[in-house]
Design a protein around this ligand. Sequence first.
Ligand code: BTN
Length: 390
Amino acid sequence: MDFKLAWEELKRRAGSAVDRRLLSSGVAHRALLLARLGNTSDPSMPVSGEELAAALGVSRAAVHKHVAFLRELGLEIKSSKGIGYRLISSGDDLLAAETVAPYLLALQDPAAGPVVGLPYRYLKECSSTNEMLKRAALGAPPGTVLVTDRQTAGRGRLERSWFSQPGKDLTFSVIFHPCLLPAQAHLLSLAAALAVAEVLEKLLGRLDVVKIKWPNDVLLAGKKVCGILLEGSLDTDRLQWVIVGVGLNVNSDPALLARGIADKRPDEWQGKPAPVSLRAFASKHFPSEGLPRAPLLAALLTRLGERCGPLAGETLAGAAFLEEIRARDALAGREVEVLAGSYPSRVLVAGKAAGIGAEGQLLVKRASGGVTPVFAGDVVVRAPGHWEGC
Ligand code: BTN
């Protein structure tokens, strides 16, 4: 755990999150305890119970209780009588609130505005994070996230299923209250895809391999690494709330993901990009045990907040962020078919993808010469070898 924020500042932010009821004090204390243990100048040196108690402003008995709780979450903390506590493994791949909160608080200050990612809810297993968060949507403050390690009925767009390898990938949903008209919902998809793409570019240190397949798939060297599912509710003529569900293949085996897909409706996937995980793509750069998911999740939530949080319809059309989408457009210049509805779907329009319009619509140039703007649909590329070079 190394999140480069002064201890006093981290403590202030945790306190501020507790005051705003974004974190419970128990989670805040355990998150701080972990941060203190993980961020010592020499991680092999134990930190005494007395020092931890003083740093957190709690009793030594409370420290003991919190350590027991953290161990139950799966963290390995060694204690030696009369000497202190030592963190054996960072816990950075665990997705409990305690392991993610220090990273979130290092990136976002609750005193400065809503924190995307707080309140933070984690379930070891659930049907679908989108489905579960939808049920709680009315009472959930914007920025609330629901994260799980395993979805039993993960959903994709157009009534497809979404497959992730339990405990290996990221599957989560965030609620936003954007100031958008229903017809502008696709802009939120694009903004979310852009946020994910930007985080991946930073992580991989490469700008050339990450692309966006309109409206909301993120591709890595032509393969799908992330899917995004938006579900919302209308309030008269405005979007009341929108849930942005993100499935990011982090450490999974792409062969397993592909099998999950093919077992369903094989022909449905023709012309769609094959799955890939970050680890499979960049195994050279990441430790063999995989890429730690907690800091990655905090970075994704933060960027999603920066891209989707301030969305307001009036300022969006033709906005600068569309230039960022165009720069990453995986479809530009390809022969495409836009399909409508769920499987088996009919072809809405076919032609050459000709970029992204001022309202975020996909432009398709038909063989007859005219250009059709597409605001919703599913795009497939029919040519052989279609995704190579994306
Ligand atoms: C797609 O590419 O079709 C969209 C996939 C979206 C998957 C995510 S995983 C978290 C959230 N919960 C779901 O059931 N689906 C989304």
